[in-house]
Design a protein around this ligand. Structure first.
Ligand code: BES
Ligand code: MN
Ligand code: ZN
Length: 503
């Protein structure tokens, strides 16, 4: 999609469709008012007939209004003006696109970006619009035998800004929005691909492709390399599968070679059947999404490179399947991780922490300024927070705050859970240094407690995206979260002009 920012009043635009807001009850936004005036009250006359109250998400498409050079006008209900907020703004942008996607309009001019959103500037509104529009036009049909030849007319979206002096800000916002949207799309595509195609080898190939496009340094560690490094924890998970495991490393250098990088470590379980502690059959297909953390790392690194952010980023993706095989982990097995710590595998389905622990230890060699791991780690996190917030746990409060703020701004929000020492003893084992499960209570927390034992040497935060990385049910599909949060975090760090900035 092509996005452009423009300033200027609607009566002068010659567009396929002008999009304007109407508040409840039948209260015209400034732009709708302007259209009403040049069309001698056409809009208010139509509203008086009762066709649109202005309820949130209501739409009404009008054709050929006299005196207006544009072919169509789409009125979008915005709810009560007093209640208009970020959420509403995002909702009506999406709604306007779903109302227009099947019309013949190839170009639209949306004035929704001129609506006042409390506490948000034009940059935020334009960026959100770009991300939401790209996201609502997304379809995953590459696996259908007949390509979906729904002709889609819409090719160009013009976003209105109030003043000429807003154009520069608007253009920068489009650039960022587009980069984030592309990162989100990559993460969604990889997530939606089935496990028989999106294997660890496939993920490694995607990283290599990304490396070619953006001139990244890519390193793929094979099973032999992992053996030499002593990654007994990661390898124990891979033993249950015929697909060879990969440890994928991407290095983006946007700053001085010696600047400490931000490391993003993403769980890349391309299918999680649970192993010998096998999962129930219902909805097991959704465990193809168990690599969404890894996919979000690819998406975020891509966006950082696209935006040429002035900082260094290392992406690390441990990738494997978790299947039951004659050689698979068995409950009670004890493995030795790269850190030297031993783990009693009491449940082979708690495999994410096993592969992440070795990847986190490996990440130490980059002397990172901060490490964020992203993982569809626990069903318990879905119970705790549902589908709206990712779980955040961290060993550093400053880093946690940065992540929470990045989440708020990008509207890809996280919520912090405690990582108190008291929870650690749930991981006690009679036979090894620790068990890989901590019982039913606080399952998202004890999973993070496990990881905390491998992240003592750096500032670290963990995002549990089990509830946010994909949707279940009728709209089943990857969301691309938390790519927007991660990219915002990187943008903020780059702006601070250094990884170690404590401001
Ligand atoms: N990938 C799953 C977590 C998961 C489950 C995410 C369901 C989304 C929906 C993870 O590997 C897992 O199986 N975790 C177990 C841990 C338990 C055995 C301690 C879980 O959450 O049940
Ligand atoms: Mn599992
Ligand atoms: Zn898993």
């Amino acid at each position: 999609m092509e996005f452009i920012v423009k300033s200027g009043t609607p009566e002068k635009q010659r567009s396929g469709c002008i999009v304007a807001g109407v508040f409840e009850t039948r209260k015209l936004s400034a732009v709708a008012q302007q259209i009403d005036e040049v069309t001698q009250g056409a809009i208010s006359a139509i509203l008086r007939r009762g066709d649109l109250e202005g309820k949130p998400g209501q739409t009404l498409l009008l054709h050929n209004l006299a005196q207006l050079p544009s072919e169509r006008v789409l009125l979008v209900g915005c709810g009560r003006e007093k209640e208009f907020n970020e959420n509403r703004y995002r909702e009506i942008i999406a709604k306007s696109i779903s109302a227009l996607r099947d019309t013949g309009a190839s170009e639209i001019t949306s004035y929704l970006t001129e609506l006042e959103v409390k506490g948000r500037d034009i940059s935020w509104k334009v960026r959100q619009a770009v991300e939401i529009i790209e996201s609502s036009l997304y379809r995953f049909d590459q696996m259908k035998s007949k390509p979906n030849n729904n002709r889609r007319a819409l090719r160009r979206v013009i976003l209105a800004v109030p003043k000429r002096s807003d154009l520069g800000t608007g253009e920068q916002a489009i650039k960022e929005g587009q980069a984030i949207a592309d990162g989100v799309k990559l993460a969604r595509d990889l997530g939606n691909l089935p496990g028989n195609i999106c294997t660890p080898t496939y993920l490694a190939e995607q990283a290599i492709e990304l490396g070619k496009t953006y001139n990244l340094k890519i390193t793929i560690l094979e099973k032999d390399d992992m053996q030499k490094l002593g990654m007994g924890s990661l390898l124990s998970v891979a033993r249950g599968s015929r697909q060879p495991p990969k440890l994928i490393v991407l290095e983006y250098q946007g700053a001085n070679e010696n600047d400490a990088p931000v490391a993003l470590v993403g769980k890349g379980l391309t299918f999680d059947a649970g192993g010998i502690s096998i999962k129930p059959a219902a909805n097991m297909d959704e465990m193809k999404y168990d690599m969404c953390g890894g996919a979000s790392v690819l998406g975020a690194v891509k966006a950082a490179a696209e935006l040429k952010l002035p900082l260094n980023v290392v992406g690390v993706i441990p990738s494997s399947e978790n299947l039951p095989d004659g050689d698979a982990n068995k409950p009670g097995d004890i493995v030795t991780s790269m850190s030297g710590q031993t783990v009693e595998v009491l449940n082979t389905d708690a495999e994410g922490r096993l592969i992440l622990s070795d990847a986190l230890t490996y990440t130490e060699r980059y002397k990172p300024a901060a490490v964020i791991d992203i993982a569809t780690l626990t069903g318990a996190c879905v119970i705790a927070l549902g589908a709206h917030a990712s779980g955040l746990l961290a060993n550093n409060d400053q880093l946690a705050r940065e992540i929470l703020n990045a989440g708020k701004y990008s509207f890809d929000r996280a919520w912090q859970l405690p990582l108190w020492d008291e929870y650690q003893k749930q991981l006690d084992s009679n036979f090894a240094d620790m068990a890989n499960i901590g019982g039913r209570e606080g399952g998202a927390i004890t999973a993070a407690c496990f990881l905390a034992r491998y992240t003592k040497n750096f500032k670290w935060a963990h995002l549990d995206v089990a509830g946010t990385a994909w949707k279940t049910g009728k709209d089943k599909g990857a969301t691309g979260r938390p790519v927007p949060l991660l990219v915002q975090f990187l943008i903020n760090r780059a702006r601070q002009g250094g990884a170690e900035n404590g401001a």
